[in-house]
Design a protein. Sequence first.
Length: 174
Amino acid sequence: MSAALQSESYLDARVTEWISQLQAHSSNNQLLEFAKWAQWLAMDVVMEMSFGSPRGFVREATDVGGLIQSLRDLLASVVMFNLPGIVKVMQWPLLFHFLGPKETDKTGMGVIMGTANRAVKKRVEKGNEENRRDILHALIDYVDQDGTILSWEELETQMIAPVLVSSLPLSSYY
């Protein structure tokens, strides 16, 4: 069975929760900001498909932990710092050490790095107790043609990508 079919139940659960929350929030005759709800759904789906559990955007009807805003801020800073001279300066190891993102940051890329690190650590240390078929599971099981598995750093880096990419399509709607 393909990975997509194995993950279908996770998507079904998120969409069911989303529809239920939309019904609950629309029953009081208030207008819904559909773009926010669409992004909350997208982020919960990506978090579940990547890390094994949703972040709770739909359940809480909010940007949990400011993650979406952090991604929006990150995209803005990428555009702002995408000047050749600034890019070279920001890549200096000493400067990056002090100004670059850290897993303990409360906003920006550090939030995403921390989420990825905790998910990888939990799964590597405790194993796949729930036998989830998600992106993290696939990456941990990956072995290249030489028999090499992904390192801890490679796992963390690869886990950041789905979260970043998922924020792009809807990031400008609100």
